[in-house]
Design a protein around this ligand. Sequence first.
Ligand SMILES: *[C@@H]1O[C@H](CO)[C@@H](O)[C@H](O)[C@H]1NC(C)=O
Length: 446
Amino acid sequence: MARLLVLLFLGSAAALRASDLSPYFGTKSRYEAIHPHLLADPYSLGPSEPGFPLPAASCVPIQARALIRHGTRFPTRKQIEKLGGLHEALVRRSSSSPPCRPAERLAGWAMWLRPEMDGRLAARGRRDMSALARRLAARLPTLFAARNSLAFASSSKPRCLDSAAAFREGLRQVHGHGSLKETFEVNDKLMRFFDHCEKFVKGVEDNSTALRELDAFKDGPEMKTLVDKIARTLCLPVSELNADLIQVAFFTCSFGLTIKNTNSPWCSLFNTDDAKVLEYLNDLKQYWKRAYGHEINSRSSCNLFQDIFKHLDQAVLESKSSTPISSPVMLQFGHAETLLPLLALMGFFRDTEPLKADNFAKQESRQFRSGRIVPYASNLLFLLYHCEKASSPEEKYKVQILLNERLLTFPHSGAKVASYSDLRNHYKHLLDNCHFNKVCAMTKPG
Ligand SMILES: *[C@@H]1O[C@H](CO)[C@@H](O)[C@H](O)[C@H]1NC(C)=O
């Protein structure tokens, strides 16, 4: 019935729903796009993950560190202002020009986004976090046991601070108030390392040529076809539109779904082929600004990477000497920009060919799809196990890494579990040589 009403409202049986486009929302994806079972029950653990956790009879988890992207948020002020401009152009058009149904319909759309919402966490985002907290606690009951201490850290951005608070609230729903031992710190050096890395800021962020593949794609044939098509649909001169405005219209479709769970009329401008082009536009930006595009992108996360291994080392030492683990659970709230460089540093989601302006078609089945990797509430979990009865000392400590509650395959072995010594060995070059101060300095030491 609801579906029928929506179709009648759109006035066309062929019109796509927001959920048909949602696989292509990139960094604006809701977490449910990769875990549809959560739409019915946000606390459900879904289909069991083969190989996770390791059998409790042989291996006990002793440390978990979760790096968590904030939950669903509002668009930034800049995006809202761009949308406001586009909306006004449609309003102007409809009061002075010949009839044009799609343009009038969007002109009549009630602009509900206000500049002061500026990137803040939405109510939906709070729910993302409290539900994630409950699922992680259910997946790792011994680590999240009431008397264990939890170390929270967050980026200083309000959406991250609010995410941490909502996550904690979710845990309280399970454990009750007052039963959790917690520490909390704001730590931008770890969660917003990119701001502190001069070589990244000057070489990529503030460098107009560093994202030239992105700019070339904006001016390329796929985007040009799309801009022309939308201009025709909205009866606007092509000169009033550009790739950025089309992207903002597409984001508005995504924000309708993720924030309000509604089917925004902006969605009906696009079909799935258009959505794939816009997904690629988003992925190109992430690739060149946050991942494999430039080496400094991933290397700027060295500090975080080394901090992760420092705490793993410490937990192994403590376990070996039978002292309590000092940091059994670490919950750290940051950004897509926190997770992507770290994943690239560790070699995950690396395609053989770089994403470029001229290989959109060739990259159709690429690994690097930001909507799968870093949707809202995405989470990267490092899990250390102690396996008492292991056959050799090297096998006594094992690691699994989960991204978005699914095991990652280690690039070095193709397996979904690694002995800690193998893992450490594999990343030895980074542990020994990747030093933030050196890597991020503008001039290489002579
Ligand atoms: C800006 O980016 C280009 C292309 O990646 C690079 O060649 C150049 O060295 C960069 N400029 C600075 C100041 O790092």
